[in-house]
Ligand binder design. Structure first.
Ligand code: NAP
Length: 252
């Protein structure tokens, strides 16, 4: 049975992606939903009738979660047609001024867990499979006051481009979606709400539209998908401008 594995499915963009998979990939009947909050995963599973759902309550910052996932994969041997790496976190604050645990949590979740989950799942992905990684417009240029977060997302976008090339022969595509700000739990958790004038004037992306566009981009085999014209333009600008110059104008 064709399976989708979605990390960060308990809220925000990940939950929306899980809800919309059926519209874009109707042949996927089985979903593995991953996040820490099991009650949220179970309510999502109930709202997805007609699909086989497995809720895996895993803390992806804990390396033991990789062992649990590895064992579960070995036990069930799913045919994974779609992997969505959406679990992520970000915190506003300067390096040297924020607690070390928050700084390293961004690296653990956005970089280490995304890499580990992809590495564990790939042996179960046949020809024609798709991987969708959630990056950010923060990946285009380092963002002072979110230097660690923007660096982790630069990794996600780089990883996507490299892996897409590596997997070309296997006919597996890898896509990174790079949204601008979205009104999800991310912003208050990041300590951004009310503390960043940039986030007050930037246009917001609607996570429902981002999810649909990202799934269609993954199906079409696009490598980088940036929702909203303004942010497409920003991506182009960041490609054409030296980052040492642009970084002076992208303060959070
Ligand atoms: N919102 C924005 O402005 C924005 C903009 C660009 C990109 N993004 C990216 O979009 C992705 C989704 O974020 P969102 O906006 O939807 O925020 P969100 O609602 O806070 O979602 C984050 C998801 O990650 C999961 N997660 C967090 N820590 C985890 C851990 N240790 N182990 C397992 N799962 C964990 C959360 O579930 P649990 O808490 O239940 O574990 C939740 O499902 C992230 O990668 C984020 O970087 C967000």
């Amino acid at each position: 049975m064709k399976t989708a594995i979605i990390t960060g499915a308990s809220s925000g963009l990940g939950r929306e992606l899980a809800r919309q998979i059926e519209d874009v990939f109707p042949d996927i009947a089985c979903y593995w939903l991953i996040a820490r909050r099991e009650d949220r995963l179970e309510s999502l599973a109930i709202s997805l009738p007609g699909r086989h759902t497995t809720c895996l309550a895993l803390d992806l910052c804990d390396p033991m979660s990789f062992v649990s996932l590895k064992d579960r994969l070995a036990e069930e041997k799913p045919e994974v047609s779609l992997l969505v790496n959406c679990a992520g976190c970000g915190y506003l604050g300067r390096v040297g001024e924020m607690d070390t645990a928050s700084q390293t949590r961004m690296v653990d979740l956005n970089v280490r867990a995304l890499t580990a989950v992809t590495n564990l799942v790939l042996p179960y992905m046949p020809e024609g499979g798709h991987i969708l990684n959630v990056s950010s417009i923060a990946s285009f240029c380092p963002n002072p006051r979110m230097t660690v977060y923007s660096s982790t997302k630069a990794y996600v976008s780089h990883f996507t481009v490299g892996l897409n090339e590596e997997l070309r022969r296997r006919k597996v595509s890898v896509t990174a979606v790079c949204p601008g700000p979205m009104a999800t739990e991310f912003l208050p958790l990041a300590g951004i709400t009310g503390r960043s004038s940039t986030f007050e004037f930037l246009p917001y992306c609607d996570q429902v539209r981002v999810a649909g566009g990202a799934l269609r981009a993954a199906k079409a085999g696009r490598t980088i998908y940036t929702p909203k014209l303004l942010y497409k333009f920003y991506r182009l600008l960041a490609k054409l401008t030296p980052s040492q110059l642009l970084v002076k104008f992208v303060k959070t």
